[in-house]
Design a protein around this ligand. Structure first.
Ligand SMILES: Cc1ncc(COP(=O)(O)O)c(C=O)c1O
Length: 440
């Protein structure tokens, strides 16, 4: 049985006074120094997750690479760590590309995803010498044909395939189905047609195929099927891929009702399918590229919130209203994602009540976690929500014009600020006053 404490980073400890420590730093001190809400990343957990992800494909007899999916969370400091650790980076926008560049990523180690890339984004990627562009649709293929004309180097591309695999996850996180906005559909023959077209384009070097079937997936089998289907597609067109990417999406529990599975299960399933299918089709083993986001960064992040008030409904729920919410973590509202929490200054105390952690934003659905057993907490008490490292800040907004939280990374008792808290001045920075001659 998973306990809330099991979901915290590996350096977490609770002292004799029941106080929570993260990366050798007292959670209460972090909250006092940097304010709340605060996102705390544990450097050691990050490193451990990267290592586990890297070794997931150890049993594969061919070459393999690990990419981090920047969409899960990206900032300059994290990109610098990824760069030093030797991971590739998957980006989805000019913004993520800018962070990769600022962190000193070699362009060859970056691949550009997205179902709606702009001409400007594609041009920028080509000018930078980006390693791989993952082509999502025929319009993009045509754009690339035009943009690569006259360039001396051929652009390496993968084709994104929608393999028609249904995975057990929230419908909004399924990405590989027939009815999906992403990629070339396998079932209809669109993927095979697109592959033939791309192979015939002089400016492109088609080096691989890609699929991403969904996220927060806890079963290895669909990844094996995706790998097999990509290789079947390649064989049907007479194409020997140098690289094959069956995506990311391996789950990371966010609440005690879920259970982590080792990344090795995901890697072994992919490796087994690749070896079997390559043998069947007499294809050389391609370089396998996995691109994981949440499984790397999710377990490393903890969100700290202050309780601002409590509301008890006789015969109903007790709400603890926090100083953050859907502006920094929209996942419960968007996906029904479940989180849990500990009282950061009374982490060992027995639960006295079951409460709902409500956000501060003007939506009834702004709930961070329901039915959390906690000691009785009052205004100003500190709440720590584990597994908040992925797709929380990455999807954050300025709803209600609330500034976004600060981000720190902790290691050996030291906390380093990676992103300062937004200010009202940041929020106003893009706004311009009406000109004097504009009459309302
Ligand atoms: C193309 C692609 N690759 C990788 C990922 C990473 O998924 P996860 O963070 O669930 O591992 C995503 C997530 O949406 C994706 O769309």
């Amino acid at each position: 049985m998973t306990t809330p404490l099991d979901l915290f980073p590996i350096t977490t400890r609770v002292d004799a006074g029941g106080r929570l420590w993260l990366g050798g730093c007292l959670a209460g001190d972090l909250a006092r120094e940097f304010g709340t809400p605060l996102y705390v990343y544990d450097a050691e957990t990050l490193r451990a997750r990267m290592r586990e992800a890297r070794s997931a494909l150890e049993g594969y007899p061919g070459p393999h690479r690990l990419a981090y999916a920047g969409k899960a969370f990206l900032c300059l400091g994290l990109a610098q760590i990824l760069q030093c650790e030797g991971l590739d980076l998957d980006v989805t926008s000019a913004g993520e590309m800018a962070v990769a560049r600022a962190a000193g990523f070699a362009p060859q180690r970056v691949h550009l995803h997205g179902n709606s890339k702009s001409t400007a984004e594609l041009s920028e990627a080509l000018d930078w010498g980006i390693g791989t562009i993952v082509v999502d649709n025929l319009h993009e293929l045509e754009l690339l044909r035009r943009l690569t004309a006259g360039r001396s180097a051929r652009q390496r591309v993968w084709l994104r395939v929608a393999p028609g695999i249904d995975v057990h996850t929230h419908p909004h996180r399924k990405t590989g189905l027939l009815d999906s906005k992403f990629g070339f559909t396998l079932e209809t023959g669109a993927a095979a047609d697109a592959l033939r077209q791309a192979l015939a384009m002089a400016g492109l070097q088609v080096v691989g195929l890609h699929a991403h079937i969904g996220s927060q997936v806890f079963q290895p089998e669909p990844f094996a099927r995706a790998t097999a289907l990509l290789l079947d597609l390649a064989a049907s067109v007479g194409f020997a891929p140098q690289e094959l990417s069956p995506g990311g999406g391996w789950g990371a529990a966010t609440s005690p009702e879920e259970a982590d599975l080792p990344l090795a299960a995901y890697g072994e399933a992919i490796a087994r399918a690749a070896v079997e299918r390559c043998a069947r089709h007499r294809l050389p083993l391609p370089t396998l590229v996995i691109e994981l986001g949440r499984a790397i960064v999710g377990p490393a992040g903890v969100a700290l919130y202050r309780v601002r008030s409590r509301k008890e409904i006789p015969g109903g729920r007790t709400y603890l209203c926090l100083d953050g919410g859907m502006g920094d973590n929209i996942r419960p509202a968007l996906y029904g994602a479940r989180y849990t929490a500990l009282a950061a200054d009374r982490a060992a105390a027995a639960p006295e009540e079951v409460v709902t952690l409500a956000g501060r934003f003007c939506e009834s659905g702004d709930i961070i976690a329901r039915d959390v057993p906690l000691p009785r907490l009052e205004a100003e008490d500190l709440i720590a929500v584990p597994r908040a490292g992925a797709y929380c800040l990455a999807m954050s907004s300025n709803y209600n014009l609330v500034p976004r939280p600060a981000v720190v990374i902790v290691r050996d008792g030291k906390a380093v600020l990676l992103q300062r808290r937004e200010t009202a001045a940041d929020l106003l920075a893009r706004d311009l006053p009406l000109p004097p001659d504009w009459s309302p």
